[in-house]
Design a protein around this ligand. Sequence first.
Ligand code: LLP
Length: 416
Amino acid sequence: MHHFRFDQDELYCEKVPLRRLADQVGTPCYVYSHATLNHHFRVFDEAFSNVPHLTCFAMKANSNLAILNLFGSLGGGVDIVSGGELYRARKAGIPADRIVYSGVGKTIQEIDYALKENILMFNIESDLELEAINQRAGELGTRARIALRVNPDVDPKTHPYISTGLKKNKFGIDIEGALRSYARAMELEHVEVLGVDCHIGSQLTDISPFVDALKRLRILIERLEAMGIPVKYLDLGGGLGIVYDQESPPHPHEYADAILRELEGLSCTLIFEPGRVIVGNAGILLTRVLYTKKSASKDFVIVDAGMNDLLRPSLYGSYHQILPVVKSDREIQVVDVVGPICESGDFLARERGLPMVLPGDCLAVMSAGAYGFTMSSNYNSRPRSSEVLVKDDHYFVVRKRETQEDLVRGEWIPTL
Ligand code: LLP
């Protein structure tokens, strides 16, 4: 469910016509729907309302302060993976006791920062990281609350770049090694073991890998408890998929039912780290057609957004629906929608049927709210786009378009 809809011939975000937004704010521009964000967060969170839980939005999917602030106001926390994300989360008003910290490569500076902020929990991904966190906590005269991220070796059946819970992936500690690492953690003076963490991959459209992972975790939890190691928190990560094209992912309620069934009898607080399922379909990328051109074998639509703005099609071959923001009855043509970047891999869609477009027409690249702006770059010295939050018939520019001055900030020419 989202709030990008046609009324007559015009595509709206809530009550704001996208054509007007493009004229007033310029393109390319990310546009988010407040009502959709609000709805998606609540649906996910309420699916677990019968059990103690915390929904920690995976802010790598979308880290705009306005969006984080909204989730915080709904009682949410965040899953962070860097000091930069911690900084943003705190700026957005997320309380430290609702922050969990994942990632295989936390630096000493980042660990110290998170310890000083007194976050809820570090999700530790290796034995050496465990030692480092214990050492830093000792140095700073504090105790780090931790979970170990366990790699359950299940196949999430998703794109290989975004599957994380297989033995061959760099993430987590394998389930056999985990008992040893837990035993070691219990010996350490400056860490407090809070529980178990796991995240198996992203854009999962099938529920069975989640259930398989959980079955393995339950066995581990029982063994930990037998060893006298308390499991107060169970962090099940994120990964629930969304509809980009023809997928049929489970609804958050189905996901919750399957998980809760598997957890019967356990009394820990659950943590979830959903990213895409909350924001993916709550945002679009608005772009304008610059030129059209025909080559001997193809028709191209050249738009003002490129792979630096939305990397997913180039990097993963991902599908994003593309809609003209004003409907027309022009003839359908099969085109490649490409950006201005000097790479053949710079495309938003390939061999796509679109009604004929003309220079100046605006297009909406749908389902771009997750891993859209956050993966954008300045490649080809292109300023990053603006971000706009629409609420009802109002809109707010929640991130200004970068300027050319922003592009060279921090650089200098030394006298050699
Ligand atoms: N927790 C951890 C530890 C993660 O690594 C991730 C995503 C999540 C939670 C959130 O997963 P989600 O609910 O969004 O599926 N750039 C890729 C996706 C990379 C996902 C990385 N980790 C894409 O555009 O598809």
